[in-house]
Design a protein around this ligand. Structure first.
Ligand SMILES: NC(=O)c1ccc[n+]([C@@H]2O[C@H](COP(=O)([O-])OP(=O)(O)OC[C@H]3O[C@@H](n4cnc5c(N)ncnc54)[C@H](OP(=O)(O)O)[C@@H]3O)[C@@H](O)[C@H]2O)c1
Length: 335
């Protein structure tokens, strides 16, 4: 079967297509015929060698895929051949708090899913919402589950509250879609007016261009009557964190998720204390969160926003495209 490998991380690393033996399921395992993979910013920084805790090389990259079960090993009852599934980001985090010791994650600590077939623990599989294609299902395991963990499992988002999403990448567009489905008011920032227009078409209630309006936090405050927002999905890190805190209402919640503008470091304690902001570090989520989220997706027939689908042969170009930041929502590779 065909797969891609990251052989040596580095600034100009390029995934290499290789032949690997077809995997066979051991006890408790399932082989999944991967049909689509979606990319996350994490895949770019892993490839560039800027991500801690990488497994040994070569590594099959990417965490997010969807496909159908080909075969199961002895003792497997959770799935059967033909089931449409997605592997969970953390294969061993099923429910409750994240297990201590930091379980390995696909495409980082252990081989990922950019391959025609993968063998995984059957307990680390989730059934796809039936209305979703494999391409759409492949967008869920990292970006969408992270947003669900932040806004719902951790933050207890309630209808009528206000959410701020930074930029229009994979995580932020899920924050917009889930926020709207749950009855929230959602504000979105972007470096491009055309992307803000698309965000409004998806239901964004207020938008601000953070490039032409560097004091975007003042705009966010103005859009909330000077109060600030209830929830911030903070994906920017170093350069956005102070303004994100400044955009949060007193007692509001901020989810430390990303580092698009550099590692966030420790939030300014005086600023956090002055606004009584509750700061939550978020690291994707559990299988149970994934399944809870799928119920919302199914109920509201939410369609993940896919910017572009690349053929398998062009997987390295798909990664370059993601790195360019030209996309809106998710970038997908069909397998
Ligand atoms: N903690 C976790 O569990 C977890 C899970 C998933 C992702 N993440 C992290 O979250 C971040 C987003 O991931 P992703 O996969 O959604 O990325 P992505 O799809 O590559 O998002 C890229 C977009 O982010 C926006 N952006 C870039 N710099 C920005 C800035 N300074 N301020 C505001 N927006 C900015 C841009 O949107 P515009 O073009 O609209 O300006 C850009 O197109 C990454 O740092 C990733 O590592 C963490």
């Amino acid at each position: 079967m065909r797969a891609y490998e990251l052989q040596k991380p580095g600034r100009d690393a390029r995934w290499v297509q290789v032949e690997r033996p077809d995997p066979r399921p051991g006890p408790g395992q399932a082989v999944v015929r991967i049909r689509a993979v979606s990319l996350n910013y994490r895949d770019a920084i892993i490839s560039q060698g800027r991500y801690p805790g990488l497994g040994s090389m070569p590594l099959v990259p990417t965490s997010d895929g969807a496909g159908e079960v080909l075969a199961v090993g002895p003792g497997v009852t959770r799935v059967k051949p033909g089931d449409r599934v997605a592997p969970t980001f953390f294969q061993t985090w099923t429910d409750g708090p994240r297990p201590p010791g930091g379980p390995a994650a696909l495409g980082g600590g252990v081989d990922g899913v950019l391959a025609e077939q993968v063998v995984v623990d059957a307990e680390g599989l989730v059934h796809l919402p039936t209305h979703l294609s494999f391409e759409a299902g492949a967008t869920l395991p990292c970006a969408a589950v992270t947003v669900w963990n932040a806004l719902v499992s951790t933050g207890g988002l309630q209808a009528g509250q206000t959410v701020l999403a930074l930029g229009t990448g994979g995580v932020s567009i899920f924050a917009l879609q889930f926020g709207k489905a749950l009855g929230a008011r959602v504000l979105v920032t972007s470096s491009q007016d055309a992307k803000l227009e698309r965000a409004r078409a998806l239901g964004a209630d207020g938008t601000v261009n953070y490039r032409t309006q560097p004091d975007w936090d003042a705009r966010v405050l103005a859009m909330t009557g000077g109060q600030g927002v209830d929830h911030v999905v903070e994906v920017g890190g170093e350069k956005t964190l102070p303004q994100s805190i400044g955009s949060t209402r007193e007692g509001g919640q901020l989810y430390l998720i990303g580092l698009l503008s550099g590692a966030p470091g420790k939030p300014n304690e005086a600023l956090v204390a002055s606004r009584k902001v509750r700061v939550h570090p978020i690291y994707v989520g559990s299988r149970a969160m994934f399944e809870d989220m799928n119920r919302l997706i199914t109920q509201h027939r939410i369609e993940p926003v896919i910017d572009r689908v690349f053929p398998f042969a062009e997987a390295p170009e798909a990664l370059r495209y993601l790195e360019s930041g030209a996309h809106f929502g998710k970038v997908v590779i069909s397998v």
